[in-house]
Write a new protein. Sequence first.
Length: 146
Amino acid sequence: MIKKLTNIKIHNNTIIIDGHDSKVHVDGPCLETALLIDDNYILLFVTLDCPFEEGLEIYLLDLQQNRIIDKAQLAQMYYTDLFSDLLILSEKSLLFDFFGVWKLELFDKPKRSLSYLFSPLYSLYLHLGATRPLSLTRYFSLKSND
């Protein structure tokens, strides 16, 4: 189940939950929205506050481990946009607009796949603006929905 949270803030690039420092750091000072996923995870959408080259960072925070377990970045050189039109489609998927419409789908359990390992190379080649850190494990997929 996905629900919006109002008790999350970012101060000095650190996630603050219910007024307590989580000791988890993120890139970007502007929290666009925070979503609670199945009472175990928080999905954070954070912008970089750069007016001429805005970027969106997406983080999945595991509340049990108190650490970021997956992330993605949407950014393009010399482009700017606003995070908007968040639409929760189901318990595991949502749409949002940032450089176009994107669909994020959460996996029931972590997936291991080499295709996710090379996603930064593919996204640079396709000029989609989405990059992911190198990892053999993914907890969500992110696809352009345009």
